[in-house]
Design a protein around this ligand. Structure first.
Ligand SMILES: Cc1cc2nc3c(=O)[nH]c(=O)nc-3n(C[C@H](O)[C@H](O)[C@H](O)COP(=O)(O)O)c2cc1C
Length: 212
């Protein structure tokens, strides 16, 4: 590769704040599924990062892949890393917001599907550190997967239980990978719904703010 090409690529990389621009749809690299920190050490280390500690350092795609897989990836041919009521397919969706767009996590083929080209991080949270995250995960209840579970109250409970399991897995994966994580409930729901083009009845439940 010519020196000028390397220079241009480096310029592009740093102009994006060190984050490699993701394509529209991204096949994620395989998640880390063995080795690394032991479970009990990760539980011992689990904590919420201080908002003031978020900086411009970016997660690698491998780290994002492992975190998303921990949240709701397949760990058996037809079952997931978190328990689903009646073994149903995941009834909460996970969106990943980065500096150059927003993507829906597709657990079936462990990929990201683009939903926006805009950096939504500065808009979705009520606290200023959210925009300094490398990625902001947004957990959204999916009425199409929940409707078979009966009344609204039951559906809301099931979604809350699932998001609790998903976010705890993210916290533990983040601890094991030495990443920053913070569960954040304060979010701007109308902005999230518009930015992610959510359907009627799809409700953003929380953010998980990731950094390095
Ligand atoms: C349901 C829930 C909602 C939370 N909402 C916010 C929030 O809106 N903003 C924030 O900065 N932290 C939020 N947090 C993070 C808590 O403040 C944090 O977990 C708590 O201080 C305990 O710290 P630890 O996670 O390190 O044990 C939330 C945590 C939970 C469990």
């Amino acid at each position: 590769m010519k020196v000028s090409t390397v220079f241009c690529l480096a310029l592009l990389f740093f102009s994006l704040g060190g984050q490699l621009a993701l394509a529209a749809d991204v096949k994620l690299p395989p998640p880390q599924t063995e080795g690394g920190m032991g479970l009990f050490e990760a539980i011992k280390k689990r904590s919420s990062a201080q908002g003031s500690s978020y900086n411009s350092a970016e997660l690698s795609l491998e780290e994002l892949s492992t975190v998303l897989w921990a949240a709701s990836g397949l760990n058996r041919p037809d079952k997931w890393t978190v328990p689903m009521a009646m073994g149903a397919k995941p009834y909460c969706k996970i969106y990943a917001l980065g500096s150059d767009g927003a993507w829906l996590y597709d657990w079936a083929d462990h990929s990201l599907k683009e939903v926006a080209k805009e950096n939504l991080k500065p808009k979705v949270g009520a606290q200023d550190f959210v925009e300094r995250a490398s990625y902001v995960l947004i957990f959204v209840s999916d009425p199409s997967g929940l409707k078979s579970f009966g009344e609204q109250k039951t559906q809301d409970q099931l979604a809350a239980v699932l998001v609790g399991a998903m976010t705890q897995d993210v916290y533990l994966a983040a601890a094991a990978l030495n990443l920053k994580a913070r569960y954040v409930m304060s979010l701007k729901a109308p902005v999230v719904k518009e930015g992610l083009k959510l359907a009627d009845g799809e409700n953003p439940l929380c953010l998980l703010v990731l950094g390095k």
